[in-house]
Design a protein around this ligand. Structure first.
Ligand SMILES: [Zn+2]
Length: 455
């Protein structure tokens, strides 16, 4: 299978924003950049064929690996191994390996890092939102951890070889926060914050190819097709709000949030998703686990601590998308209405997910013959609610309640309040399993829509 034409179409679609972006991404391609391999132009990228093309497409394509800088060749420096250079990696064909390892990235991270002292530096302190790899004695956390997991994890990038460090890019001379892995260097680009280019792989393929002028003279070889799976299943984390010790709205919300999560879970699993619940039953109390709480629990109110603990649990389950499920309560009177909260501080994807979910909640309630007084997606920080919700949505507050950061940057997450427990009409709907079933189908439609249009 050749993908010459799709690749070319992708290039035309995707290169423009990178070109305009400057910095590391701006050097991705220029008409004369590939002269090491002869005078090639944008209109003539090297084809990516066979199982290399499947791997390229399944693991992030142009945005992750860049364009091909060589054809597929049999590398005399690696006993004739079939390889292809890209800007940010080199693919190797391992026909003898099991399917997940049929295509491997060359260990360019390990080679380029060499014996630099950062490799042997002790690991940073690892608390929540962090994983220590004893194999290399280095940690992985936060946005780099999510990028690593979403991109294929160990089988694609290998183990971390350093902590997060600051270093000057050889590509553009600017300083970036980076982390080295066996097969890649992750670079954090805040200038692309909230986009698919916020984390970029370093130009390890280009840098290695610069030392291999012989490659330009090697003949192109065919790359066989193979059984590489198209992509891994996505992990959805569902967070049933509150627990038996806090109760939530009217002291009963925690049971209804769990009923709803279980109804969504079974439908997502039937569609091939991996689903994790922050609390699978009513026995679990997340706030009893000190590892899930902030370092200064005494500085925060109980609502913030509960939201923070749920957020920690969500992050520990390594989601591709997360939904925190709640029902509402009015301090006085019955209240009534339907809301989905999101937080812009975590990225623009949250508003998109919130609108999709709230639209489907509205459809589900309509199917049950109910039109709520209002149905809205709302930015949570903008309405001044600095506790509870915002902590669940990843915000980290100082003791005065002012939001100072977000732990979930880039992760799509929203918090729903589909109905009010304190409104008798809405409470009757919540108590009816037929409503929960319609709502669950709506959440699933929204999640499928989200991924169908994801960049
Ligand atoms: Zn709640």
């Amino acid at each position: 299978m050749t993908v010459r034409r799709p690749v070319r179409a992708l290039l035309l679609l995707l290169l423009l924003p990178l070109w305009l972006g400057g910095a590391g991404a701006g050097r991705v391609v220029s008409a004369t950049d590939q002269t090491a391999n002869g005078a090639r132009t944008l209109a003539e990228p090297y084809p990516v064929a066979g199982v290399f093309a499947r791997f390229w497409a399944a693991h992030g394509g142009l945005a992750r690996f860049g364009v091909a800088l060589s054809p597929a060749v049999a590398d005399p420096a690696a006993d004739g191994l079939i390889v292809q250079w890209f800007e940010r990696a080199r693919f190797e064909l391992h026909p003898e390996a099991p399917t997940p390892y049929l295509v491997q990235l060359t260990l360019f991270g390990s080679a380029a890092l060499g014996a630099r002292p950062e490799r042997g530096a002790p690991p940073a302190t690892c608390a929540d939102d962090c994983r220590l790899f004893t194999e290399t004695a280095h940690t992985l956390r936060g946005r780099f951890a999510r990028y690593w997991s979403a991109g294929g994890g160990l089988s694609v990038f290998g183990f971390p070889l350093t902590e997060e460090i600051r270093e000057v890019s050889a590509t553009d001379g600017r300083e970036y926060l980076v982390q080295w892995f066996e097969r890649a260097r992750f670079e954090y680009h805040p200038e692309y914050g909230g986009t698919a280019h916020e984390i970029l792989l370093g130009h390890l393929g280009r840098e290695a190819l610069a030392g291999r002028p012989d490659v330009a003279g090697l003949p192109q070889v065919a790359v066989p097709d193979g059984p590489l799976p198209a992509s891994r299943p996505r992990t959805i984390v569902l967070d049933p709000g509150h627990d038996r010790t806090t109760g939530g709205a009217s002291g009963i919300e925690y049971r209804d949030t769990l009923r709803t999560a279980l109804a969504i879970e079974s439908r997502l699993v039937a569609r091939g998703y991996v689903v994790r619940l922050t609390r699978p039953g009513d026995d679990a109390v997340l706030m009893n686990d000190p590892a899930l709480l902030p370092v200064d629990p005494g500085s925060h109110d109980a609502g913030y601590l509960e939201g923070y603990a749920h957020a920690s649990k969500i992050l520990s389950l390594d989601p591709d998308l997360a939904v925190s499920i709640h029902y509402n309560a009015a301090p006085t009177g019955p209240g009534g209405g339907s809301l989905t909260f999101y937080c812009d501080l975590g990225g623009p994807q949250n508003a998109r997910l919130a609108r999709l979910i709230q639209a489907e909640i509205s459809v589900a309630l309509h199917e049950r013959g109910y039109t709520p007084p209002y149905s809205r997606a709302e930015e949570d920080g903008a309405i001044g609610k600095t506790y509870g919700h915002l902590a669940t949505l990843g915000n980290v507050n100082d003791p005065s309640g002012q939001a100072i950061g977000n732990r979930m940057s880039g992760l799509p997450i929203v918090l729903t309040e589909a109905l009010f427990e304190t409104n008798p009409t809405e409470r009757a709907l919540i108590a009816d399993d037929a409503t929960i079933a319609r709502l669950a189908e709506g959440y699933v439609r929204a999640i499928e829509s989200y991924f169908a249009d994801a960049p």
